[in-house]
Design a binder for this molecule. Structure first.
Ligand code: GLP
Length: 248
């Protein structure tokens, strides 16, 4: 089975970021109260740089927008330098005119993680759902922190991270994979698939294999991103390196 959605390939990651930033700017122009879903990781860094630049020129206005991040480590507070919240503050939130009241994040230090996941699902519902969800992809095909396995959780939930995922997040924790929390909270596959529009971004040669599987392989819990094949409005933005294993 192949993914019938729109796939765009650009020569390099910086062009992908510019393209997506323009898409976000246009979406915000059309709907200033846009509800955005946001990822972390190295991939969106260039996007956030570009969004900050566009906000500086007045091309983007985030003042009425709402954001929900996909996931957060469990067992560390938002103020921890390795938290995804700290990452987002440093790379986007501190530099644009988002209303802090409309920035939503999973609390990795919540006393009751289950209640925290329910709270998050409710907050997404109350915001009217996510209009535009931007996703990266892990080298093992995970999206958010939905890891490959024999099953996938539908809604926001608590997850145990795979060793490769802890390794790829080690940069946030002094390059020590053992210092990366073993668990996290993440939107579930259903939460992701409920977004009205999804854009998945993958850049670099490390992503070529999972992109190939995502585009040409079957829907399988072993590659959580493959479930995007079920969504009606998915766009995949790639640089040439990530697209290297796709046929012309
Ligand atoms: C983390 C995040 C994902 C992200 C992935 C890829 O595990 N939870 O949302 O897509 O990393 O990260 P990178 O963009 O650094 O390859």
């Amino acid at each position: 089975m192949s993914l019938a959605h729109k796939i765009s390939i650009f020569p390099e990651a910086a062009v992908v970021a510019r393209e997506l930033a323009t898409e976000v700017a246009d979406a915000l122009e059309e709907n200033p109260s846009l509800v955005l879903g946001l990822p972390t990781g190295r991939t969106p860094l260039l996007l956030y740089e570009e969004l900050v630049r566009l906000a500086g020129t007045g091309r983007i206005d985030f003042s009425q927008a709402t954001t929900f991040n996909l996931d957060e480590f469990l067992g560390i507070p938002a103020s921890h330098p390795g938290s995804y919240r700290s990452f987002m503050q440093a790379h986007l939130f501190d530099h644009v005119n988002l209303d802090p009241q409309r920035i939503h994040f999973l609390n990795g230090a919540a006393a009751n993680p289950f209640d925290e996941c329910c709270r998050y699902e409710k907050a997404i519902d109350e915001a009217g759902g996510i209009d535009l969800l931007i996703l990266g992809i892990g080298t093992n095909g995970h999206i958010g922190f939905n890891e490959p396995g024999s099953g996938l959780a539908a809604r926001t939930h608590r997850v145990t991270l795979k060793p490769e995922t802890r390794r790829s997040n080690a940069a946030l924790f002094g390059n020590d994979p053992d210092a990366v929390p073993a668990e996290a909270l993440s939107m579930g596959m259903g939460t992701i698939l409920d977004a009205k529009a999804v854009v998945l971004v993958a850049t670099g040669q490390r992503k070529a294999a999972c992109v190939e599987q995502l585009v040409t392989g079957p829907i399988t819990t072993q590659l959580p991103a493959s479930f995007l094949q079920l969504h009606k409005n998915v766009e995949i933005l790639l640089d040439a390196a990530a697209a290297a294993r796709l046929q012309e």
